[in-house]
Write a protein that binds this ligand. Sequence first.
Ligand code: IPD
Ligand code: CA
Ligand code: CA
Length: 267
Amino acid sequence: MHPTLNIAIKAARRAGQIINRASLDVGQLTVNVKQQNDFVTEVDKAAEAVIIETLREAYPKHAILAEETGRSGAEDAEFQWIIDPLDGTTNFIHGFPQYAVSIAQTHKGVLTHAVVYDPTRNELFTASKGAGAFLNDKRIRVSKRNRLDEALIGTGFPYRVFDHIDAYLAIFKEMTRRAAGVRRPGAAALDLAYVASGRLDGFWEFGLSPWDMAAGALLITEAGGLVSDLAGEPNYLTTGNIICGTPKVFAQILQVIAPHRKGGLAA
Ligand code: IPD
Ligand code: CA
Ligand code: CA
């Protein structure tokens, strides 16, 4: 295993310990509202702090983009870490056990290492560019499903920005008709890890942030799946809109979404 991935795993496990400890008494949490339907707890912050401390100790010169503390480090750094210390905070606050730690590294803008860690199940999803994707040391691949009518598709509902709610609901309606099933588990990074491991056959969501997607996207491509923005281009980290899946299911999701982009839905 690449030493950089090892450091990222160490950081994710440390954050997972903090999250697991706090999950024993979610009633005690102090919940702050960042904006409408966007919550943060002291656990998000403590998890982020321990991740950054672990990465900084090993790689003091690398830049960091983290959900709770933003950008830090040199602007021109070749390496950047993209961190979501707790993806699925709303689930966590409610004691709904579907949330994860997400850590990715880029080199000159290209995703190189990824960790998505589910502390409730002790499931560790990892990938390094060119070296495949793994769940707890076992190689994972996207599912073999080719047909949308046999596919289980994940998504995320709009919950904060409602500009494209009508387009979203129209797509949702068609997807519900055409797919075998649609799920909204509530932690995008973990949803992407589930596509990589074949538990979901595809996924789409609009309005995500880079820390929701970076690690999960590398897991999927290393597991043989495809990831794009709504135009089928690789700019999802900047547009915030993502489609992914097994190669054939991905193409069908893209096809379902395409006619609904006329109303101004960006790529
Ligand atoms: C959220 C989760 C959710 C997705 C949201 C994200 P957070 O992340 O990934 O599934 O629908 O768009 O913001 O805020 O819990 O880290
Ligand atoms: Ca998130
Ligand atoms: Ca988060």
